[in-house]
Write a protein that binds this ligand. Sequence first.
Ligand code: HEC
Length: 200
Amino acid sequence: MSVEMRRPAQPATEGREEPTPQGAVPMWLFILLFVALFWGMNYFDRHGAWFNGRVYAPYRSLAELQMHQPPTGGINLERGRAVYESVCALCHGVDGKGKPGQAPPLAGAEWVLGPVNRLVRIPLAGLTGPIEVNGQQWNLAMPAMGAALSDEDLAAVLSYMRTSWGNKGTEVTAEQVGAVRKEIGNRTQPFTAAELLTVQ
Ligand code: HEC
């Protein structure tokens, strides 16, 4: 049942036809239509089985995508490399081979691949005095860097060191770093190799 709307009579213009009166579509029908469309799009977006904002072609599901991720348990090795290259490489070299008279090697080093609790202490509070690395004697000093690096950054850089240059160690978590940081408190005195060997 359409309601007819008639325009008030207008003065006739030359060459222009009188507009035909049209059946008006009720406004609520428009609104209902838009609400239905909006709801429908949302419904499709949420319930369309194969849609996931985190999955892009050529992957079809989150599970498939995760298969291609490195098994790092949240450790960001790229971040580790960045921290290593900007902080540690200055002395230890980009290739982890160390520099004569400056710093011993990290590649193949038992200090790097050994107990995590021992390794974490070295960058946190520094290291000084005689130390044997890969069968070679060193006697220098490394400054503490614990105040400048977060638990996450230290975990990333130590994980990077333990899995680079042929090293095949396990990764270090931010929780492990945090636990050691708590254990040694505000220690500012660098460790010695002899002291570190008592830590398991
Ligand atoms: C200013 C130079 C310098 C920087 C920067 C530096 N180190 Fe060292 N590092 C040394 C020196 C020197 C030694 C040996 C200390 C000694 O003779 O007692 C050492 C020793 C070590 C050792 C034990 C010995 C070995 O080679 O395995 C580890 C592990 C280590 N550093 C890790 C790091 C990490 C991680 C960083 C960066 C967060 C870092 N170092 C940054 C100079 C440095």
